[in-house]
Structures are given as C-alpha cells and as structure tokens.
Write a protein that binds this ligand. Structure first.
Ligand SMILES: [Zn+2]
Length: 115
C-alpha cells in the first residue's frame, strides 16, 4: 500500500506527515501499489553485518505509481550477467529472520519476472 497526497497526487511508500512535493500536511489517502515494477538500479553486496550471508543483491525498484522501493532482489544469482537495469521484477514475501522469541519475521522482496 502507498500514500497519495490528495492535494497534488504525489505517491509515497510509507506514511507521511507532510508532502515533500507541495509541502501540504495532508490529507493523504491509502492506495494499492503495483506488485510489478522495473529494476532501476542494483548493487551486489559482498560485505555485510556479521552473520548475514553474502553476496546478495540490493536494488531500487520503480513502480508505475511513481514510487521507488529500496529492497533485496532474490531468486537471481548475484551476477551482473543475470541482472540488467530496467528488468521487470515482481514483489514477493519471505522469512528474513527469527525474532528473539523465535517467531518468523516476514519481509518483502522483489524477484525477476519469469519470461
Ligand atoms: Zn502534495
């Protein structure tokens, strides 16, 4: 879900206190965002926090609504030969880790769209 400024139509991924385009302090309305977008840019991470397996792919995905989503790209080898700018991707969810009580923590990811 995204937030759209009712004054100017700017769309944001997370909730906002003010619009950075028209500076209005709302109102905002919740709108559904597309599950599919395009990989605008990516990076292959080779060094991360202790315990985080590397390499992995992070990217910025552009959605048709004008929102840029920063996220991990999964289900693709961390290899520039397998990734390209503008490639179609789709959102998915998965367990990223367990919390201190052992509960699964679910996160969203993007993965290449099957051709
Ligand atoms: Zn606005």
């Amino acid at each position: 879900m995204g937030q759209r400024c009712k004054g100017c139509g700017a769309v944001y991924l997370s909730s906002r206190r003010a619009c950075s385009r028209c500076f209005a302090q709302g109102p905002f309305e919740e709108i559904p965002l597309s599950r599919r977008g395009a990989l605008w840019v990516y990076s292959i991470v080779h060094q991360s926090s202790p315990g985080v397996p590397v390499p992995y792919v992070v990217g910025v995905v552009d959605l048709p609504e004008g929102v840029a989503v920063r996220c991990n790209i999964i289900d693709v080898a961390p290899d520039p030969a397998r990734l390209r700018f503008g490639m179609p991707v789709e959102m998915t969810t998965g367990v990223s880790q367990q919390d201190r009580e052992g509960n699964d923590v679910v996160a969203f990811y993007f993965r290449p769209v099957e051709r």
